[in-house]
Design a protein around this ligand. Structure first.
Ligand code: PEP
Ligand code: MG
Length: 594
């Protein structure tokens, strides 16, 4: 166990996942540490009633703590996130969860802690089978509730973020969203945690608060004592404990440079994204939650280029109905008006939503019943989503976009579902935009090969480079062992991108890129040079991408793209591009490690 006297060597580095960019320096304050695992032990029959009562008390206490946390949220930006605490309260009210646990205490004669542990295990197994990073991170909500319950069963004091009096770096084993929401930005410079990933709720909250954060640090909380100085780099995911003078100075300079450049970049927010010779480019935001709309606008987004709707289907016991979906979609569409919002239909497989909808686990889910393949199988569900999207289109400018299209019949089938939904709404007298644009995501090599055919039946293309690179180069986008092969500048990728842009231009439809490549200041000019006029990205990247684009003429980016296409390997292209960007943007290159 770590004690306050534990000594840590100078410049000890931990590498986690950078989930919210920025550098923070300060002393660490542990809200929680990894706890001993739940202990399962058998109990005598006459203890059963008492253990059930203990369990119910722990549930009641956990609910009370969460409700109190809700009342303590001072940051107004956090009010929109309250539903996350509600999601935790829902788990504590979930009949299956409660009855399952009580049944284990009674029937298996297990202690309450052991019973909670096995119920959680059963629920977690369901989540573990999920391939999608975003959905897998929803498991964190369950873990967070389980952790609270077990700590309460043990009578452990649960520290609250509101105890923080000093300016500090907040650390935890697993920072719950309820904790994150109570953060006072004037006191907390940065956040670190053993658990969590980029798409956990807490990570999203840290990003929307603008606090640097690194998660997924493993056993950090078991090794580091309270009060030690740490440096966190939310961009690279690096945490340096007990920094030496030299490291401290180096990061202080980096932090100042980053802050200075952010202030400089802020000047670009209200300027148009235009090349030096007048070519207008649209920069839009990728979002997952309605509450990200305001932050996207603040960063200068001219609309939402990718609204990943998967979130609506998570953290709940039942599928969202049309009204639930409409509420969320309308908030984004109305909030963004007059800018457009491109709503992507569900991009997950059946087993990721409700097990009963897709009882068979797939051996290769990335190539399985995903995205429109799933939607076209579950047409009632699909129609319900399309009706909600159509209804939301009445409140601003919405577009609908179909993911993972690999053939023309798929586009036609999706369109015919959309037309059915339109006919129903018309008959019911419910208003919608009858001219709603229909887009196709180009993210499968087959779609690139038939881009001319698809372009004839789509109103716009949006290229999902994350999947296009994955499928084009046969490199699993989440597999570290083959990460070195994941090369956005591979000649095959450049040729695919060129072909998509060419086909869309010939068909007279808009061509956008919404994969991670679009938000990388290194690649953005190349994409423009290849012929794309819209880029959609994490809102935080908009100012820096805008600054870079405004420095080039259209001719220059076209020459740059053409030069890259002449190289035979990704390595050579990258070397050339880095050299060129370093020459043009020496300041940005160092700071953003383009
Ligand atoms: C992509 O594949 O590039 C994309 C934008 O979609 P997602 O990352 O959600 O698969
Ligand atoms: Mg994709």
């Amino acid at each position: 166990m770590v004690s306050e006297k534990t000594r840590i060597d100078e410049d000890t580095c931990f590498v986690g996942i950078g989930v919210s960019p920025g550098i923070a320096i300060g002393e660490v304050f542990f809200l929680s540490r990894a706890r001993e695992p739940g202990v399962s032990r058998p109990i005598p029959a006459d203890r059963v009633a008492a253990e059930i009562a203990l369990f119910r008390e722990a549930v009641a206490l956990s609910k009370k703590q969460l409700l109190e946390a809700k009342g303590r949220i001072i940051d107004k930006r956090m009010h929109k996130h309250l539903f996350i605490i509600d999601a935790h309260l829902l788990i504590l009210d979930d009949k299956m969860f409660l009855n399952d646990t009580v049944a284990r205490i009674r029937d298996e004669q297990l202690n309450a802690e052991g019973a909670v542990k096995s119920t959680l295990k059963k629920f977690q197994k369901l989540f573990d089978s999920i391939q999608d990073e975003y959905l897998r991170d929803r498991k964190a909500d369950l873990d967070s509730v389980g952790d609270r319950l077990i700590r309460n069963l043990r009578g452990e004091a649960i520290r609250s973020v509101t105890e923080i009096r000093e300016k500090t770096i907040l650390a935890a084993h697993d920072l719950s969203p309820a904790d994150a929401m109570q953060i006072d930005r004037d006191r907390v410079f940065g956040v670190i945690a053993d658990q969590g990933g980029r798409t956990s709720h807490t990570a999203i909250l840290a990003r929307s608060l603008g606090i640097p954060a690194v998660f997924g640090l493993g056993n950090f909380s078991s090794l580091v004592p309270n009060g030690v100085a740490v440096i966190i780099d939310g961009g690279s995911g690096m945490v340096i404990v007990n920094p030496s003078d030299a490291t401290f100075k180096e990061y202080l300079a980096k932090k100042q440079a980053l802050e200075y450049s952010e202030i400089q970049l802020a000047r670009f927010r209200d300027l148009p994204t235009v090349t030096t010779d007048g070519q207008r480019i649209r920069l839009r935001a990728n979002i997952e939650f309605p509450l990200e709309t305001a932050a996207a606008l603040r960063q200068g987004a001219e609309g939402v280029g990718l609204y990943r709707t998967e979130i609506m289907f998570l953290g709940r016991n039942t599928l969202p109905d049309e009204e639930d979906q409409l509420r969320e979609l309308r908030e984004v569409v109305a909030g963004m008006a007059p800018h457009p919002v491109i709503i992507r239909t569900l991009d997950i497989g059946g087993e990721k939503i409700l097990p009963e909808l897709s009882p068979h686990r797939e051996a290769n889910p990335a190539m399985g019943l995903r995205a429109v393949r799933f939607s076209l199988r579950e047409t009632a569900l699909f129609k319900c989503q399309l009706r909600a999207i159509l209804r939301a289109s009445h409140y601003g400018r919405a577009a609908v976009m179909f993911p993972m299209i690999s053939s023309l019949p798929e586009v036609r089938a999706c369109r015919s579902c959309l037309e059915e939904a339109m006919a129903e709404l018309r008959q019911e007298g419910i208003p919608f935009d009858p001219g709603i644009p229909v887009g196709v995501m180009v993210e499968i090599p087959a779609a690139v090969m038939i881009a001319d055919l698809l372009a004839a039946e789509a109103d716009f293309f949006s290229v999902g480079t994350n999947d296009l690179i994955q499928y084009g180069l046969a490199v699993d986008r989440g597999n570290q062992s083959v990460a070195y092969l994941y090369q956005p500048l591979h000649p095959a990728v450049l040729r695919m991108l060129r072909q998509i842009a060419r086909c869309s231009r010939q068909a007279g439809i808009a061509a956008a890129v919404c994969g991670e490549m679009a938000g990388d200041p290194l690649y953005a000019p190349v994409l423009i040079g290849l012929g794309f006029e819209e880029l959609s990205m994490n809102a935080h990247s908009i100012p820096v991408v805008k600054r870079v684009i405004r420095d080039f003429s259209l001719r220059e980016v076209q020459e740059l793209a053409a030069a890259l296409e002449r190289f035979e390997t990704a390595e050579k292209s990258r070397e050339f591009l880095e050299q060129e960007m370093r020459r043009r943007f020496p300041d940005l290159f160092e700071i953003f490690r383009m």
